[in-house]
Design a binder for this molecule. Sequence first.
Ligand SMILES: CC(=O)N[C@H]1[C@@H](OP(=O)(O)OP(=O)(O)OC[C@H]2O[C@@H](n3ccc(=O)[nH]c3=O)[C@H](O)[C@@H]2O)O[C@H](CO)[C@@H](O)[C@@H]1O[C@H](C)C(=O)N[C@@H](C)C(=O)N[C@H](CCC(=O)O)C(=O)O
Ligand SMILES: Nc1ncnc2c1ncn2[C@@H]1O[C@H](COP(=O)(O)OP(=O)(O)OP(=O)(O)O)[C@@H](O)[C@H]1O
Length: 480
Amino acid sequence: MRLSKLFKNAPTVNVSGLCFDSRKVKPDNVYFCLPGLTFDGHDFIDDAIKNGAICIVHSREIEKKQNGVIYIKVSDVNAAMNQCARLFYGRPSDKMTMFGITGTNGKSTIANIIRSIMNEVEPCGYIGTIAIEYGDVKLMPDLTTPDALFLQSKLADMVNAGMKACALEVSSHGLSQGRVDGINFNVAVFTNFTYDHLDFHGTLENYFDAKCILFKDRVRSDGVSILNIDDKKFEALKSISKAPVISYGIDHEADYRAINIQMDSNSTHFDLVYQGKAYSVMTNLVATYNIYNLLAAIAALHESGVSMDTILSACSHLPQVEGRLEQIKEGQSFNVIVDFAHTPDGMEKMMQFGRMITPDNSDLIAVFGSAGKRDVAKRKVFGELADIYCDYVILTEDDPRDEDPKEIADMIKEGIKNTANIYIEDRYEAIRQAIENAKENDTILLLGKGDEAFIYREEGRAPWIGDDKAARECIQKYRK
Ligand SMILES: CC(=O)N[C@H]1[C@@H](OP(=O)(O)OP(=O)(O)OC[C@H]2O[C@@H](n3ccc(=O)[nH]c3=O)[C@H](O)[C@@H]2O)O[C@H](CO)[C@@H](O)[C@@H]1O[C@H](C)C(=O)N[C@@H](C)C(=O)N[C@H](CCC(=O)O)C(=O)O
Ligand SMILES: Nc1ncnc2c1ncn2[C@@H]1O[C@H](COP(=O)(O)OP(=O)(O)OP(=O)(O)O)[C@@H](O)[C@H]1O
């Protein structure tokens, strides 16, 4: 592409790509000097030029300019990069129905439900924590919401592969770093707002402000904002939404409301009330929070023109979202559930569900840890929740990074006053002991890692068999 297509008054030289990391710059790339949390991209201009950058986009004054290199000064490099990414990749998001899903918990679940039902109407891609998926392509992501350059390139790949829609998880980090600034969403979905990510945002107010960006700035004014009316942030989001608001919920009157909910450990039935009419919904999703997730997805799809018949007939056989309330069934006489719960709210919801499916004379056993180098305050809260709901706790490693997993476990333990607990550092061994010792009708919750097939240790990302595979293997070996 010609540089002049990206910047007014720029020379008409050809550029081969866009890059914000000097180490990854290729010949004839444009290098964007981003201010980061640790470094400032301006400090790596020489490296970028050595690697072949033909153009430097910067905001700081540059004293020594090199011949043959084009320098473009802008007031906000991040904003310029987002705009260029959109143009370089041919405005891909304008060619698809874009669903953006944000909130503390439920983003992956809702995005995957949207994708799977949308696929029955027209091809839909997914970008989020679990994968980047479109057609037969499935890639493992590094981030929930990728950086703007990678994101726009993947959206372009989706358009080229024939996708007509995309369900994108929009994290608060992604919003505050402008990773989705080049996207105008047709549908913006809000799940819920509880405690998370204080290590990054500092305060809950900042965390919420980041979430607001999707509804204030990034949704199209002719689009729609789908909001959870039972969440305490409903009114605040409604008041700032650029697009008309559609509500969903259980406890309050809503545009899409679930009533008469009946649930067991394998399925849920409820009546969906929409515009005064009740539709009977049968779904293989369980746990009350998943009814919220399903309502959000139903509202998002229906408001984008998918028929209620198509949506409701798909609800009964939704594919298992990997590592989200995944029930491990190997013919054993007790329940084993793998779940990605890693916030206090997620933990509590899972433990409540575990309690609901466990008979009074049986035990609820939880196996979990907490991530290293991430929010420390939630550790004790996890312990307090386990103390309320569980009969036995096995504390183990999560993603310790360069922290000592035992010290993390001790911080969780500060919240456990009455419930019996042990510490088994090795996650596989912790799962093995839980499974080997479970009695008939007990429930074992394996929490925190979900579908992840890696553990972040001191030396980086190390392979991990995965909670689901570990559990299946242990049931086969020790309970057959
Ligand atoms: C905390 C955070 O979000 N950090 C992101 C941030 O890094 P940073 O600000 O620290 O960047 P930096 O290292 O200071 O570097 C500044 C600039 O100098 C450049 N640089 C740096 C060194 C060099 O030699 N050459 C060079 O050009 C860098 O490429 C960058 O452009 O900007 C980088 C570039 O976009 C991101 O890769 C990085 O994400 C890191 C990897 C990360 O782990 N982010 C997580 C916390 C995250 O975003 N998570 C959310 C939420 C997940 C959830 O809900 O649980 C997600 O969406 O995944
Ligand atoms: N609506 C909800 N309310 C509360 N907790 C939920 C809800 N949906 C899911 N959870 C819990 O949060 C965990 C993560 O779910 P999911 O991956 O869908 O959320 P997420 O917002 O995408 O999280 P992340 O971005 O960290 O992956 C689940 O395993 C479950 O424990």
